[in-house]
Design a protein around this ligand. Structure first.
Ligand SMILES: [Zn+2]
Length: 363
């Protein structure tokens, strides 16, 4: 099987390929069944497989589809890692746990969000506490999510967003849209007002498989930011957290970026997956990285999400415009081209090897 064949055309195909790979290698998968059905009427599930000893002191998690439609990338990486024998000779005391499609609903329906319209990677915070306020989103929310999606409405929204960027800078505009917001449940990058199915499932899976581990690693695969095919390795640690220098040592100083110092293509975020791991594995050292693979220019990517938000709030999925919007969001998060898949595979397999070697070096 060549690298492009590790990747799939739909969630249903990705799930079948993942489970078939597990089965052919003798790995028993556990299934966390989602309450809703997929876009083809199929069962939705987060499938988890653990490779390595039950009492491992070192556990590396890999995860796909935090942001649903981004799951094509991570699923391909996970299937490729198993099929290419990456885990055939694990270091002593190490287990790898593959979490396939943590947001299966978004994967199947080609959405970045969960079925609750929640951005899973903004949802891991204490919902009994006051939420962070995203003042930029408040100011721009009508431009970010207009009620109409005609060429005229889009042009009006675009000029409001551009005026904001002219005044505050491009990264401030990106942050206003994408940092996360907790006040508009129908909007984009909504972090939720309660724990979602996917957040709960992730917490339970990590707590179960990290119990007893002294050292825990996470590779959380994403797409949509940065140059086409380039895999930026975003540190999931603050600069003053010991996890950050560990990642730099393992993955290379020029490779690892951080939203803390503005070196990342991502704006700073709240309620992220690394917080879920920290909550679920409170006694382990943590070394967590988010590989982020570039696809299209950021304005196109954010535009595809705003269009998708409009479609699900106001539009018709079964219309010409609806189908065009779905094709665009898929293209913006999954270019579905052999050169892109090859670049993803080279970077993900390299990163997994380095993360395993780094984790194994901890005593
Ligand atoms: Zn993402």
């Amino acid at each position: 099987m060549k690298p492009p064949e590790f990747f799939s055309a739909t969630y249903a195909q990705a799930r079948a390929k993942f489970l078939e790979t597990c089965g052919s290698l003798g790995h028993k998968a556990e299934h966390h069944i989602h309450p809703e059905r997929g876009s083809e009427g199929e069962e939705l599930a987060t499938d988890v497989v653990r490779i390595g000893p039950d009492d491992a002191s070192h556990v590396l998690f890999t995860m796909s589809a935090t942001h649903g439609v981004e799951g094509f990338c991570g699923s391909g990486a996970q299937i490729g890692a198993m099929r290419s024998g990456l885990y055939d000779n694990l270091p002593d005391g190490m287990a790898v746990v593959l979490i396939h499609a943590i947001n299966p609903h978004g994967f199947s329906w080609l959405r970045r969000v969960t079925h609750e319209n929640v951005d899973l990677n903004r949802n891991h915070l204490d919902h009994s506490q006051p939420y962070p306020v995203n003042a930029g989103y408040e100011e721009l929310r009508h431009a970010i999510c207009p009620t109409e999606w005609t060429p005229q409405a889009q042009a009006q929204a675009e000029s409001a967003l551009q005026a904001y960027a002219d005044k505050h800078g491009d990264m401030a505009r990106q942050g206003a849209i994408s940092s996360g917001q907790y006040s508009h449940p129908e909007g984009v990058f909504f972090g939720g007002n309660a724990t979602t199915w996917s957040a709960r499932t992730m917490h339970n899976v990590v707590a179960k498989h990290a119990a007893g581990a002294r050292h825990v690693g996470l590779i959380d695969y994403h797409t949509g930011l940065g140059p086409y095919g380039y895999g930026e390795l975003i540190s999931d640690h603050l600069l003053n957290d010991p996890g950050h220098p560990r990642l730099v040592a393992w993955l290379g100083e020029t490779n690892v970026t951080n939203t803390d110092d503005g070196s990342s293509a991502s704006a700073p975020l709240t309620g992220v997956n690394s917080q879920c791991v920290a909550n679920a594995a409170p006694h382990a050292t943590l070394s967590m990285v988010t590989p982020e693979f570039g696809t299209s220019p950021v304005d196109q990517v954010l535009g595809s999400l705003r269009a998708d938000c409009w479609l699900h709030n106001h539009g018709d999925l079964d219309s010409e415009q609806g189908r065009a919007i779905k094709a665009e969001i898929r293209r913006c998060f999954y270019p579905d081209a052999d050169d892109w898949k090859a670049m993803v595979w080279e970077r993900t397999s390299d990163t997994e090897r380095k993360m395993m070697a780094g984790l194994a070096s901890l005593t």
